[in-house]
Design a protein around this ligand. Structure first.
Ligand SMILES: [Zn+2]
Length: 158
C-alpha cells in the first residue's frame, strides 16, 4: 500500500485515523462490533475500507464483499465506480424508502471463469430487512477484470 492511499484512508469516515489504533481497539472491545460488515474476521479499515479508499480489490470475491459493505454504509459512489460501464445503472437510489437494513453476508462459492482470470463469478447469500420483512438474497454475480480492476457486471438471483 502506498503512503498516499494510507493518507486517503485516514480521511474516510469510519475508517479511523490510524489503522493500528483501530486494530488495538478491536482487541479490547467486542470484535463483532468492529469487524468489517462483509463478514471477514478483520476490522473495516484493514478489510473493505482499503478498497473504498481507492486500493484495487485483488480478486472478485474481495470486490463483491467490498460492494456488500458499500451497501451497508450507503457508499453509492463506490458502488457505481465498481459497476461495469456496460451494465451500470444511472442511479441506485439507496435512500429510497423503506431503507434496507443489511444483516449479513455469506459467500458460498467463487469460480474463475477463464484461464487468464479476467472473469469470475461469486455465489453468495445476503440477508436484509426492509419494511419489517426479512429477505434472503441468493445471487451468482459475474465480475470482469480490466486494467487491474475488478468490476461487477450482473447477477442471477434465484
Ligand atoms: Zn470487508
Amino acid at each position: 500500500m502506498t503512503a498516499k492511499m494510507t493518507a486517503k484512508m485516514a480521511h474516510k469516515p469510519g475508517a479511523g485515523s490510524d489503522p493500528k489504533v483501530v486494530q488495538s481497539k478491536a482487541r479490547n472491545a467486542s470484535s463483532a462490533a468492529l469487524a468489517c460488515p462483509c463478514g471477514r474476521a478483520e476490522v473495516y479499515a484493514l478489510c473493505c475500507g482499503r478498497f473504498h479508499a481507492g486500493a484495487p480489490a485483488p480478486d472478485a470475491e474481495s470486490l463483491m464483499r467490498s460492494r456488500y459493505t458499500a451497501y451497508v454504509l450507503g457508499l453509492e459512489d463506490y458502488l457505481r465506480a465498481t459497476w461495469h460501464a456496460s451494465t451500470r445503472p444511472a442511479a441506485l437510489n439507496l435512500d429510497a424508502q423503506p431503507v434496507a437494513k443489511w444483516l449479513g453476508l455469506d459467500v458460498k462459492s467463487r469460480q474463475a471463469a477463464d484461464a487468464e482470470d479476467t472473469a469470475a463469478s461469486v455465489e453468495f447469500v445476503a440477508r436484509y430487512r426492509v419494511g419489517g420483512r426479512a429477505v434472503r438474497l441468493h445471487e451468482v454475480s459475474r465480475f470482469v477484470c480490466e486494467a487491474g480492476r475488478w468490476y461487477y457486471v450482473d447477477g442471477v438471483v434465484d
